[in-house]
Structure formats: C-alpha cells, structure tokens
Design a protein around this ligand. Sequence first.
Ligand SMILES: C[S@@+](CC[C@H](N)C(=O)[O-])C[C@H]1O[C@@H](n2cnc3c(N)ncnc32)[C@H](O)[C@@H]1O
Length: 302
Amino acid sequence: MKPKQSTVQDWGGKWTEVKLNSFIEYVRAYLTILNKYPHYKSIYFDGFAGLGEKITTKAKKTDLFNFEVNDSELTELHVYQGSAARVLKLEPPYQFDYYYFIETNEKSVDSLNLLRQSIDHIPRSQIIIRKEDCNSQLEQLALALKKPNFTALILLDPFGMQINWSSISNLRGTHSDIWILIPSGVAINRLLGTSGELMALDRLTAFFGLSESEIRGIFYPPKEEETLFGTQKTNKKIDKPIDKIVEIYQRQLKTVWKNVSNPLILKNSKNNPIFHLIFASNNSTGLKIANYIIDKNSPKNI
Ligand SMILES: C[S@@+](CC[C@H](N)C(=O)[O-])C[C@H]1O[C@@H](n2cnc3c(N)ncnc32)[C@H](O)[C@@H]1O
C-alpha cells in the first residue's frame, strides 16, 4: 500500500497549482453569477501579476524584502501557467469588462504585454497593464469602485509582505471580492523572534495595520514564570504563531468585508505551511463557494 505521507508530499510540491486552480474555480463561479446582472461593470484586478504565461522555478529573495529565506522552501520545479494567462484565456462567457494587471518588474511587464497581444477574444483596450506598485493601484481601484455599479474581483498574490494594510482597508464599503495570499510561514513568522525581537518592525506594523504594542500583546503576551530565583516576567513567543498570524489577518479582513473564508493552507514539500490563501467578500454566496473550493482543495481532502 502506498504510504500516506507520499500523498501529502506530492500535494506540497504543487502548492502553486493548488492555489491557482482554486482561484480559477472561483473566477468561473463568480462570472457565472455576475453574468446574470448585466448592469454591473466588472473589473478584474491582479495586483502582483507576474509573467503571465509563466515558467518558474522559485521565488526570488528580493520578493521577501531581502529577508533570509531557505530557497528550498519555495522551490517550485514544475512549469506552470500564471494567473494572468489563466484569467485572460477563459473563453466567453467567462469575461470581465476590464482587466488590470499590476507589476513592478519590467521583464514581467514586457511578458504581460506579449500575452495581451496574443489574446483575440477581449478588446485590447480593456486589458490594462501597469508598471506600478500594487499599493498605490489599490488606492485608485478603491476610488473607482465608489462609482455605482462597479464591482471587482481582486487577486493579491505576492510572495512577500508587500501589501500595506492601509491599501486593503481603503476597500471598505466597495463592491469587491478578494483572494489574498498571506506569507504566514515564510516571511511573517520569521520576523517574529522567539524572545520578543521584532525584525523589520515597520514592515510588520504596515502589513498588519497594528501598532508595535498590539503586535507584542498578540505574539508575546506577558507571562510570569516561577523560577528558582522567584517570579520572573517572560516575553516568549506564543505556541502556534502561524495559526495566530492567519487568525489576526482574518480578523482585520473582517473589519473591511462581512465574510471571510477559512484559509487554504499551502504547504511545501516538507509539509510545512508556507502560505495561507484567504477569501473575503460582502457577498454570502461568494463565501459559500469559496469555502467549498477551499475545503475541497485542502490537504486533508487531496
Ligand atoms: C508571486 S509572483 C506573481 C504570481 C502570479 N500571480 C502568477 O500566478 O504567476 C509576485 C509578483 O509580484 C511582483 N511584485 C513584487 N512587488 C510588487 C509590488 N509592490 N507591486 C506590484 N507587483 C509587485 C513581482 O515582480 C512578481 O512578479
């Protein structure tokens, strides 16, 4: 009989595929429903668009704010098609009115432009590619969504902690659904030292939208320990910090959208959680669909 562990490892090696397949399944369901409401103008917004038609091996360290990362954790040795190509290649009726692809890397922008030229079934003027920082573009998106009858499906798929919480919170009150990748195990957890050291503090506070003392209170709750020398105060990191990172981010998302999904846990080939993918929306049907997809694609069910 095949040992169970090999199944887990196979799954872990394909985390990018699991992530993108789950997302595209949602895109199809979303557009199926939206097509019943033709008065809406739909926007697809991909804030970290990548190469489009993508062939990759691993994330670059610079994507993680120069934070030391063991490359083996992000190794992705198979070729895959990126989110931009997957969304643009969906045939009618799975189409948005406008597509925005945001990317800071010049080579990726060139590659996205090539992809755009290869698409025949969507007017080119409706596919907008911008070499910009995702945070500033999210602010513009939030403004655009204040107009009546505009709705957006947003994918934020960074490898690192580039997204500022303030960019997300601007989306409060908009007609939007979001899928967001949280670098829970690879970046955030490593910035939280075991004895209260907060590395890249500015990044942590900007990412969570929390103050230093709030972050300390969550990850290093004050404790008193009895020692041979009497009672001593400790500031040890909590157990299961990755679960807490996800819980805190979900809690923050809940201040912007009514509904927040369970996380889709993405693990590396060593079965360690490296990212969590989370969905949020004001729409309860969207939540049901997202949770169904997430449950189906979760490690225990694969
Ligand atoms: C994980 S990859 C994108 C994956 C993509 N969704 C796919 O499926 O192929 C992240 C991309 O974000 C870009 N990037 C990094 N920081 C950015 C920022 N602040 N704003 C926009 N793009 C950024 C990187 O150049 C990289 O191509």
